[in-house]
Structures are given as C-alpha cells and as structure tokens.
Write a protein that binds this ligand. Structure first.
Ligand SMILES: Cc1cc2nc3c(=O)[nH]c(=O)nc-3n(C[C@H](O)[C@H](O)[C@H](O)COP(=O)(O)O)c2cc1C
Length: 328
C-alpha cells in the first residue's frame, strides 16, 4: 500500500480524506462509522454563533437578541433546543476524543466578531484538535461596502486566535470582489488552513405553486470545477494549508484536488448520496492510482498540476469559450 498520510493544519492524517461538517458528523455513532470507513479526520457539524451568544447572554441574564448582521437569523432558532446545545456540543467533542483516534475538528458557523469568540477556548478545553470557522456573509446588503464585509473575517480571526492555541482553519465562499487577493490576505493572518469552498442552500422558484424553495441541497460531481480551479491557482502561493471542498464525489475527484495542490479534501454530499462506504472507495482508489503511477507518498504528486507548477498555467485563468466554439 502507498503511504497516504498527509499533514493538514499541523495534524497528521492517515490519508487526506476528511468527512466535512454536515448532519452526518453530529453524533458519536456517525463519527465512529466515519473512522471505521477509513477517513483521515472529521469536521463536526457546526455550532452556530447565535447558539453560543444566546447561551452566554442567558447566563448573563440578558435575554434579548444579540446584535447580528442578519438579526432575522435569531427568529430561526428553537431556543429550547438551543439551551443545552452548547454543552451537548462540548460533550460531543469530549466523547469523540475518547471514542476515535482520527483528529476531531470542531466547527463554528459565524457572521461577526461578537462575544461568542471566547467560546473557542471551551472547544479547545474539551479536546478538539482544531477549529474550523465556517464564515459567510452574503454580500446582499446594499448599504454595506465590500470592505465592511471583508473586515469581519479579519476581526473574527484575530479574536479567535487570541483565545486559543490549537490550529484554526477558515471555510469561505467565493463571494469576494478579488478572490485571489482575499485568499492570500487571509492566509497571511496566521490561520493554519483555508477550506475552499463552502456550499449553501440556494433558492429556486417553483413555477407551478409560485413558491420559492431551497434547491440542489447536495452538490454534483460537476461542481468540482470551481474549487479545483481556485485550489490550483492558490496552491504553493498561500501561507497556510488548503482543503478542497465542493463536488468531490469519488476517488478521481480526490486525486484531482491533490494534483491541483490541496493538502486535504473534504466530502459531504457524496456521503449523503452513497453512504460512508464512499470514504473507503476514495481511499482505495487513491491507493491504487498512486501505486499505478508509482507515487510512494502524497507529496510526490501534490500540486504537480497547480498553476505554479503546470506547463499550462493559462488553463486555470481561461474563462471564455472562444476557441472551443469557433466554427461550431
Ligand atoms: C445537508 C448539509 C449540511 C451541511 N452542514 C454544514 C455545517 O453545519 N457546517 C459547515 O461548515 N458546512 C456544512 N455543509 C457544507 C459541507 O460541509 C460542504 O462544505 C459542502 O456541502 C460542499 O461539499 P460537498 O460537495 O462534498 O457536499 C453542509 C452540507 C450539507 C449538504
């Protein structure tokens, strides 16, 4: 068997396949199954900043809603369930650390640098190996500038880094005015990794019932192209690790992201569609492919086709179909 081990966020992973944060990573049983099927690490289902703020305010006898960038978010929470959600999350981390050997990455979903940031320390104390910050501010507020939105990311990182010493990664979207520049600047903040990219509920219109509904909750294999392009463009340039997320559905997708330069690959939708056994399929495929190509370890080929290493760097920046459609 080839050596599939890799380093991500300073953690030693037996292979680069990580079960991404989702409803499939929120119980001990699920985490044990993920380990049993061979994953290199797991990112727990996110705890929401609003849950943490609510718990903290409640303890301080301040029952009013915290000031959020999107205050309407507050209405979406079930406050009874929230009450012990925070302690349950810490228990889950403690329990997971006792039950499995793979690294446990906790996840916090956040949209601003409010009081919740001090909670990161409790996650560290519960034994998490790292924290992934899942940040997203949809740039839909007509009154907020791009700078306002982007500043929040740096504020959050600064506050969280002050609280903890375990590695921190940041999972982002691609909604930035200059994505490459933003990724570069974020990588220079001292964070240990960036996850490119998160995927969100997207609205669709039902023309029969005249309703707006969520659509395409799960990605499809063709969605890999966006993360693949940006991993390839940023690999070997950023000052932190890169994990690829979105559209990795099989072993081939894993190999592509590693060739583009990812340190690790996160998977969610394909586990919903195929079950945890898809992790085993990915690990087996990677091993066989490496053996066939005579690569002994991941670093023998990681980033071989990144923009900075390929002999066709323009391929990643080509965006128009001029040649492809010429004459068709
Ligand atoms: C049902 C579902 C729930 C998810 N929940 C979270 C979450 O709590 N936190 C998070 O950071 N990402 C969450 N994600 C996003 C995934 O971690 C992942 O980044 C995204 O789905 C893209 O990867 P994929 O193409 O492998 O699905 C969720 C995805 C799905 C499909």
């Amino acid at each position: 068997m080839a050596d599939l081990s890799t380093s991500y966020l300073g953690l030693n992973l037996k292979n680069p396949i990580i079960a991404a944060s989702s409803g499939l990573t929120k119980t001990i049983h699920q985490i044990q199954e993920i380990e049993k099927h061979g994953a290199g690490a797991v990112v727990l289902k996110s705890i929401f900043e609003e849950e943490i703020n609510y718990e903290m305010k409640k303890n301080m006898n301040q029952m009013s809603a915290p000031s959020l960038i999107y205050p309407e978010i507050f209405d979406a929470f079930d406050f009874d369930a929230m009450e012990d959600g925070v302690s349950k999350y810490l228990f889950l981390i403690e329990d997971a650390k006792k039950s499995v050997e793979i690294p446990i990455i906790a996840s916090i979903n956040c949209v601003d640098a409010e009081e919740w940031t001090s909670f990161a320390k409790r996650i560290q104390d519960a034994g998490a190996d790292a924290i992934e910050l899942n940040m997203f501010i949809l740039p839909s507020d007509l009154k907020r500038s791009g700078e306002d939105n982007e500043k929040v990311y740096f504020d959050v990182i600064e506050k969280v880094k002050k609280e903890i010493s375990i590695p921190v990664s940041l999972k982002i979207s691609y909604y930035f005015s200059n994505l490459a520049n933003m990724i570069m600047k974020l990588s220079e903040t001292g964070i240990n990794g960036l996850v490119l990219f998160n995927r969100f509920y997207s609205p669709d219109i039902d023309i029969n019932n005249l309703e707006v509904n969520p659509s395409n909750i799960y990605s499809s294999p063709s969605d890999i192209t966006i993360s693949l392009r940006w991993i390839a463009i940023m690999a070997n340039r950023v000052k932190c690790d890169l994990a690829a997320s979105t559209g990795v559905h099989d072993g081939e997708g894993v190999v592509k992201q590693l060739l583009a330069g990812a340190n690790a690959v996160q998977v969610a939708s394909s586990l919903y569609k195929n079950g945890y056994s898809q992790i085993t399929e990915m690990v087996t495929f990677l091993d066989k492919w490496m053996t066939k190509k005579k690569f002994n370890k991941i670093d023998d080929f990681r980033g071989k086709l990144s923009q900075s290493s390929t002999n066709n760097p323009a391929a990643y920046e080509r965006v128009q179909f001029m040649q492809h459609f010429a004459g068709k």
